[in-house]
Design a binder for this molecule. Structure first.
Ligand SMILES: Cc1cc2nc3c(=O)[nH]c(=O)nc-3n(C[C@H](O)[C@H](O)[C@H](O)COP(=O)(O)OP(=O)(O)OC[C@H]3O[C@@H](n4cnc5c(N)ncnc54)[C@H](O)[C@@H]3O)c2cc1C
Length: 419
């Protein structure tokens, strides 16, 4: 009997325990550890922050869902990992594992710029449920007493789609409330150009996003190197200043502190290097999936930025890792799998939306090309985003990882999660 532990019950961790349970007979123990009792569908947090939906709509209580499927549940924060002894410390409990899958997502590096973040500074974030709630409270106060609005990301950030989404949805909300003509919106980004998204060479993405920002009268600052934020002003390293009444700035991400404290385990940002199988190169019993995995940027940009790790990539990593562990345990006989790292990101822009498709996320090292790279615009994107949110929550409620018809639908689009 093996003991497989998954740390983190988010977009990566929860489908992965379901897939492990589907592949492994019940004599293998599966334990899910998370520091939150609720699963949150993170991609919908921009809607929560702008009071367009409730947080409750996108959350599920994890314990009853996993317990009835024979998965051991532990609510707590992992504070230490010993990859040599194969032990995890959850607060004051020590757990021994045969395999561990780290799916903790991002720790927010709010100390990257002074004045950043809702607790330690003066800006809002939408990267976790707690921050989205704070952002929504601040948004209500802003609507009652408005002023300049600044949206974007600071140097080192890697997840730009939600910032575009927030700016466009804020524009739409302000127009609906007939307040837009009194409020300037500035989009500030360390990307070298709009629509770069941390990966570049995204076909028509730059033209499309630039056109949309202009059409919605949103001022744009590219290559922006934000270096300090005071309670009402953003300072850039070129001496430019941006006064604001409300600012939503995405922070850089890093790996969790329990990984960063182990010498040589992670890169300098705390992200886990993994082989195509999802395993750490030095510790075959340690796997990583999702945002915690190291993916180096395909190009050097004037202001440093990272590569986005999207939900689809995360699910693909989880499916591959579950399959590979089942192979290692001799429960299935098949070749090992790796994630395709294909990314489809649906961004709701209110009256319209943009679907960014990069397959795979990193271009070919020699040709510099991707198999597919396109940005598609249409109202159907907004509807698809809502439909996908509901489908994902339905899957999580019913203990499904990636059902056959989802794999078939992806195939129909010329995409796949694993290879
Ligand atoms: C605002 C926003 C919008 C996004 N929109 C999209 C989108 O439209 N499309 C898309 O494809 N992707 C989108 N993404 C990316 C997507 O959300 C991520 O790819 C996905 O959430 C990554 O899954 P994960 O399992 O790695 O992390 P998460 O989903 O963040 O889950 C990590 C879990 O681990 C828990 N945890 C963390 N540390 C510990 C610890 N020490 N001990 C125990 N538990 C711990 C956390 O509480 C959390 O529950 C968006 C991201 C953000 C921030």
């Amino acid at each position: 009997m093996a003991h497989i532990v998954v740390i983190g019950a988010g977009i990566g961790g929860l489908p992965t325990v379901y897939e492990l349970r589907r592949l492994l007979p019940s004599h293998h123990q599966i334990t899910l550890i998370s520091n939150q009792p609720l699963f949150t569908f993170i991609p919908s947090l921009p809607w929560v922050a702008l009071n367009l939906i409730s947080l409750q709509r996108i959350q599920l209580e994890i314990e009853p869902l996993v317990k009835k499927r024979g998965i051991h549940w532990l609510l707590g924060t992992v504070t230490k990992l010993d990859p040599k002894r194969q032990q995890i410390t959850v607060e004051d409990e020590i757990i021994t594992y045969d395999y561990v899958i780290v799916a903790t997502g991002a720790e927010l590096a709010l100390d990257a710029v002074s004045g950043l973040g809702p607790e330690t500074g003066s800006t809002q974030s939408i990267c976790n449920p707690h921050h989205a709630k704070q952002a929504s409270q601040a948004w209500s106060e802003f609507l009652a007493d408005p002023g300049p609005l600044v949206v974007g990301a600071v140097p080192g950030a890697s997840c730009f789609g939600p910032a575009y989404e927030f700016a466009m949805l804020a524009d739409q909300t302000l127009r609906r409330l007939q307040q837009r003509d009194r409020i300037s919106i500035t989009f500030v980004t360390p990307e070298p150009y709009l629509g770069h998204l941390g990966i570049g060479s995204m076909a028509n993405s730059q033209a499309l996003v630039t056109e949309l920002m202009a059409a919605h009268n949103i001022n744009v600052l590219e290559n922006a190197d934000i270096c300090h934020i005071s309670p009402d002003t953003i300072y850039l390293s070129n001496s430019q200043t941006l006064p604001f009444k409300y600012a939503m700035l995405l922070p850089p991400f890093r790996g969790p502190s329990f990984l960063r404290q182990i010498p040589g385990l992670t890169d300098e940002k705390g992200f886990l290097p993994v082989l195509p199988t999802g395993q750490h190169p030095d510790y075959p019993s340690l796997y990583g999936i999702g945002v915690v995995v190291q993916i180096n940027p395909p190009e050097v940009t004037p202001i440093p930025i990272g590569v986005p790790k999207t939900g689809q990539m995360t699910e693909g990593m989880g499916m591959a890792v579950a399959h590979n562990i089942a192979c290692e345990l001799g429960e299935i006989s098949s070749h090992l799998m790796s994630p395709t790292l294909e990314a489809m990101c649906l961004a709701d822009f209110g009256q319209t939306g943009v679907c960014f498709l990069a397959a795979p996320i990193l271009p070919d090292a020699i040709t510099g090309q991707r198999r597919k790279a396109i940005a598609l615009q249409g109202k159907w994107v907004s509807w698809s985003k809502t439909a996908f949110e509901q489908f994902f929550l339905f899957k999580m409620r019913h203990g499904w990882s990636v059902p056959w018809f989802e794999r078939l639908a992806l195939q129909g689009l010329g995409l796949s999660l694993v290879q």
